[in-house]
Structure formats: C-alpha cells, structure tokens
Write a protein that binds this ligand. Structure first.
Ligand code: MEV
Length: 420
C-alpha cells in the first residue's frame, strides 16, 4: 500500500517500524501525545491551551545521495504534495545536492558617543584578540563542542538620523544550536570591555537575523523529459519555469510571492522542528534584498544538455539542540525521523525543500495555473467547513469541483439537499 493510501494510524505505525521510533515517539504525532499543557505553560506566558496544525510527511527526497522523509507542519493544502512530487522529479536527476557554510551567527553592538568614530574603529581592531578573549567561554558547552567567538568586525555607519556611529559585529560559531541565546549573552558580556576601551557608550546588544554567514544552499537538475506532462513538452515546461523565474528576478512585486512559495516549504520544516520560523523568515527576506533591490531567493536555468537547473541560497539559523527543539515531543520525533545529527544537515534539508516548493509553484504557474492543483484539496476543506461528515467530505468536494463552484454557501446548499 502506498503511504498516501494508508490511514493516519497506519502511517504512524509504518514510520515507527521503518525508522525505529518508540511507541511514545509515534504518539508525539497524536494531539494528546504531543506538546502537553504543562510543558506549554513553561514555554510562554499566560497559557490557556494549545493550537494544533497538521504534520504531513514529504516523500521522495534524496539529498546528497541520502533518502529522507521530511515532516512539514502547514495548514495550506498542496504544499506537502507539491514538494513530494517535485522531489520525485528531482530523483530522476540524482536528487538534490546541498551544503551549509559554517554555523557562524552575527551579534551586533551599537557604539555611540564617539568624538572620532573612524579612529575608534582602528583602536577596536587593534585590540580585537583581547576583546574576543573576553567572550571565549561565555557558553562552556558550546566551547566544548568547538564553538565560540571567531572574529570581530567594525562597521562605520556614516549617515543616520543621529549622526555617525560604530557597529561591532561579533562573529560567533554556534555549532548545532540556533544561537540566539549564546550570541545575546556574548554581546552583553562584550559591552563593558568595549566601553572601557573606547570611552563610548554601547547601546543595543543583540543578534542580527540577517545571518548571511550561515547560508544553506541547494542545487537540483531535472532531466528535461521528466518535466513533460499532458499537452506540455519538457522543453515548454522548462522554458516556462525559467521565464517565470525571470519575472521574480526582475520585479519585487513578483519576487515577494515567489519567495512566499519558497517559504511555504522552508517554514513548514522549520516549524516541524520547533525552530524559530520568524528568524528564518526575517533572514530570508533581508537576504533577498541584499543588493538593494528585493529579488528571488532561487535561480533557474538550463544546462548544456537542456535539463532544468535550480539553485537556492538563504540564511539558515536553525538548531537541533537547545530551545524548543528538544522540549517539544513532536519536534523530537520529527528530528528523529529525518535522522539529522547536525544542524547543518537540517539546514540542507530545509533548503532542498524550499527549492522543491518553488519548483512546484513555478511548474504549475507556467503550465495549467495554480488553481487546478489546489482545487481538490481546497474543496475538501470547504466541504468540512460547511459541516460535511468525514464520509460525505470527498463526495461533496467532487461535486463542488465538477460544478467549478468551490464556495461554502454552495457546499451548505448541497448538504441541505442531501439531507432532504
Ligand atoms: C501560494 O501559497 C504560493 C504561490 O503563490 C507561490 C508563487 O506564486 O510562486 C503559488
């Protein structure tokens, strides 16, 4: 039986057996087995309950030669199916290649009240090693695993509403954690020594979400013949995808939507692992605007043989230890399912899923349009929202699609007719 043909319980059982998950870990996917109220109450303030979302498993992903099942947490229909389908096409070209740069995050210090900012910049750089020593052991666990401060950069902001000032960038290797806590501790510790050295005043001390030293990259090649379907030849689909990408590359209005499609995939995996999706979102969009004009996070083209080639690059501040990743039972089960042992592997998977998701959207937009694929699942949601029982939902969805009228008022009308 195919995975999508199984019941929800059968899917859990299947994954448990195939991936050596304990009964408790499989239960983490059940509402009652996931995040408990007590744990939730210790995570944030004024807790009144929990909020659930579906966990879907994207199939067919092969990344750096390794097959991986990818848990995705998302409310939008077609995302899990779209990623799975594109991963299937990618498999025909050997799957995705992916990599990550060093897990270096940036912590910022804003240094004010300097009579001569340019001279102070030189002074700080001359004392860089002593300053870095001050924060070498802020996180003993990170130091034990080889993390810690790597560099100190000083930027002169020449024009601002309050005049010129300096910004220090503490470059900190955070290994397998997301890094916000380590960085924020380190920049707060560094403030005193910087003030003592310069005579200036350190104002803000906080990480930057533009984590452009911690980049995830993924590449894919899809054989042109694998792109053909219906009346569309592989070449037509490929060229249509490249034209669609060119639109996003050139126009910020389109790039915002294009990148939203990328983030459908990215956020779903970030959320599934209880990572900070707002941090990843902020980083992605700031990175997309790094040239001064907001543009696409992906690039599509063709190779010499005429195959479609795709590439994605974006900041990836995610961890697999610390924070909620090790507190949330469902996130723990999701991480175990992917079998990742380092945050970099998780980042590579997320980049590949983002690229696949973008391809799914561009392929649909460049051919039959987005609504056709969306319609079936959307109609099911409308049917359920209109009050259809689980047994009625599919038949009602089919009727809405055949009438090309996927509206809740029509769904209610049909249900009322059936009742009569
Ligand atoms: C919808 O969630 C995402 C798309 O709009 C992305 C895109 O237009 O590329 C389909």
């Amino acid at each position: 039986m195919k995975f999508y043909e199984m019941s929800v319980e059968q899917r859990r059982e299947f994954l448990g057996e195939a991936f050596g998950l304990t009964a408790e870990e499989c239960q983490a996917w059940e509402v009652a087995g996931g995040l408990g109220q007590e744990t939730a109450n210790n995570m944030v303030e004024n807790v009144v309950g929990l909020y659930s979302l579906p966990v879907g498993i994207a199939q067919n992903f092969v990344i750096n030669g390794k097959a991986v099942l990818v848990p995705m947490v998302i409310e939008e229909p077609s995302v899990v199916a779209g990623a799975s389908f594109m991963a299937k096409l990618a498999k025909k070209g050997g799957g995705f290649r992916a990599s990550m740069t060093a897990p270096e995050m940036i912590g910022q210090l804003q240094l004010l009240d300097l009579p001569n900012p340019a001279a102070t910049r030189e002074l700080i750089l001359a004392h860089k090693d002593e300053l870095l020593d001050q924060v070498a052991h802020v996180d003993p666990l990170l130091s034990k695993y080889g993390g810690g401060p790597r560099d100190l950069e000083v930027r002169l902001i020449e024009q601002s509403p309050i005049g010129p000032f300096l910004v220090l960038h503490l470059i900190f290797d955070v290994q397998d954690v997301m890094g916000a806590n380590a960085i924020n501790t380190a920049v707060e510790k560094l403030a005193g020594p910087v003030e003592a050295l310069t005579g200036g005043r350190v104002h803000l001390k906080i990480l930057s979400n533009l984590a452009d030293r911690r980049l995830a990259r993924a590449w894919v090649t899809i054989p042109v013949e694998a792109l053909a379907f219906g009346q569309f030849t592989g070449e037509k689909v490929r060229d249509g995808i490249i034209e669609a990408w060119a639109f996003a590359a050139a126009d910020p209005y389109r790039a915002a939507t294009h990148n939203k499609g990328v983030m459908n995939g990215v956020d779903a995996v970030v959320l599934a692992t209880a990572n900070d999706w707002r941090a990843v979102e902020a980083g992605a969009h700031a990175y997309a605007a790094r040239s001064g004009r907001y543009t696409s996070l992906t690039t599509w083209g063709k190779d010499e043989a005429g195959n479609l080639t795709g590439f994605i690059e974006l900041p990836m501040a995610v961890g697999i230890v610390g924070g909620a990743t090790r507190v949330h039972p469902t996130a723990k089960a999701n991480l175990k399912l992917m079998g990742v042992t380092h945050a970099s592997e998780l980042g590579e998977i997320i980049a590949a899923v983002g690229l696949a998701q973008n391809l799914a959207a561009l392929r649909a937009l460049a051919t039959e349009g987005i609504q056709r694929g969306h319609m079936g699942l959307h109609a099911r949601q409308i049917a359920i929202a209109a009050g259809a029982s689980p047994e009625q939902a599919q038949a009602l969805a089919d009727q809405l699609v055949s009438e090309k009228n996927i509206r809740i008022d029509r769904a209610k009308e049909i249900l009322a007719e059936w009742k009569r």
